[in-house]
Ligand binder design. Structure first.
Ligand code: ATP
Ligand code: MG
Length: 358
């Protein structure tokens, strides 16, 4: 198990020795000799910190609190001399993981660090499980609800569409000069009805996920087609849309559904990139299977939103339904694959889809 460890101590020899040992064990190690530097280096990064209780610019207990504020998943082990065992013990009662008395034997130190690490891992896993269970519950509830609701809405919607056709036929029999001002609003209403039908279809995909028929799919061709469909949209919004389809080993799956996945991801990327931005779609394959990247030059995903992206109805867009990613996630999972969020070299988000080998 490799980990990201931070040593905060002003005794250079101690730091150098310990760093060497920990790196040999395969860990990533950073060291700091002050609270200020520790916060700079540890923020967003550290998993377990080994912190001296007495530091030149403050005390270790306070630093431990600050590190945990920034990074609630990390744990802190305090190092203390005999004189201040009392305050270290108090810090442990207040939430620090453990303390060690200097000088301490290396095996003891390593054992404490690895116990803290196991705890950090277990905590993250537990939270992850809880989140996944919550998402699954929400999905199931959404499924049941939307199946009923979609059905109820579809009937009156079909009736309205039908009446609209009747209305249009009658309108077309009028004088041409009278037709135009009446046909225009009618077309608008019809477009809106189409939009609603589209939304319903998306909803229904949850309730009764279409059966996947596994067939060989040429990913490069699929991506080229998706990009071709979105090309004019991108041009209109002055976004550079690049597609680098590679003739790689194909995947197996349902081409229609996979097209929807890449469409959703590329549409999101276009939204994120915005005018003057750039979107790139590419693929390759390796022993794991087919990898598809959708990159954009947008602002990326804020850390507090990362966990919510695949939740149904989570959206930051005025016109968004927040169903694009959850549907894509459901489809990719049905294919035995996965979707992951990363950082793009273009500056924004990178969504990676991995589909297992055929
Ligand atoms: N490439 C991206 N860069 C930054 N944020 C993104 C990106 N893709 C998705 N998001 C965020 O995830 C949210 C959910 O995306 P999702 O596709 O599920 O719904 P949506 O795009 O808002 O609506 P729609 O149902 O029309 O797709 C978005 O509102 C946006 O905040
Ligand atoms: Mg979307």
């Amino acid at each position: 198990m490799t980990a990201r460890l931070l040593i905060v101590e002003d005794n250079r020899d101690f730091v150098a020795n310990l760093t060497e040992i920990l790196i040999d064990l395969g860990h990533e190690v950073r060291s700091a000799d002050s609270c200020k530097k520790a916060l700079e280096l540890g923020r967003d990064w550290v998993q377990v910190a080994l912190v001296d209780l007495r530091l030149p610019d403050g005390d270790g207990t306070r630093l431990a609190e600050e590190l945990k504020d920034e990074n609630p998943d990390c744990e802190v082990v305090l190092l203390t001399g005999h004189a201040s065992v009392e305050s270290a013990a108090a810090a442990v009662r207040a939430g620090v993981w453990d303390y060690l008395i200097k000088p301490c034997a290396t095996p003891d130190l390593l054992a404490t660090l690895s116990k803290a690490l196991r705890h950090v891992d277990a905590q993250i896993e537990r939270r992850d499980l809880a989140r996944r269970a919550q998402r699954a519950e929400k999905l199931a509830a959404v499924g049941t609800l939307t199946a009923g609701l979609s059905h109820e809405i579809r009937n009156p919607l079909n009736a309205a569409a039908l009446q609209l056709t009747v209305l249009e036929r009658r309108l077309r029999k009028l004088e041409p000069t009278m037709q135009a001002p009446l046909l225009e609003p009618l077309t608008l209403v019809r477009d809106e009805i189409r939009r609603l039908e589209h939304i319903l279809q998306d909803f229904l995909q949850f309730a009764r996920p279409a059966h996947v028929t596994m067939r060989p799919v040429a990913i490069d061709e699929l991506l080229s087609r998706v990009v071709a469909l979105l090309r004019s949209d991108a041009e209109r919004r002055q976004i550079e849309l690049e597609c680098l389809p590679r003739r790689a080993a194909g995947a197996s799956g349902d081409a229609d559904q996979l097209r929807q996945v890449f469409m959703n991801l590329t549409l999101n990327a276009l939204d994120a990139a915005g005018p003057g931005g750039k979107v790139r779609v590419e693929n390759f394959s390796d022993a794991d299977g087919s990898h598809i990247y959708v990159d954009d030059s947008g602002p990326g995903v804020a850390p507090e939103q990362r966990d919510r992206l695949f939740e149904p109805f989570f959206t930051t867009k005025a016109q968004g339904s927040g169903l694009g990613l959850p549907i894509s996630h459901a489809i990719v999972s049905q294919h035995g694959g996965r979707i992951e969020l990363g950082r793009s070299a273009l500056g924004g988000a990178r969504f990676e889809v991995v589909l297992p080998r055929r």
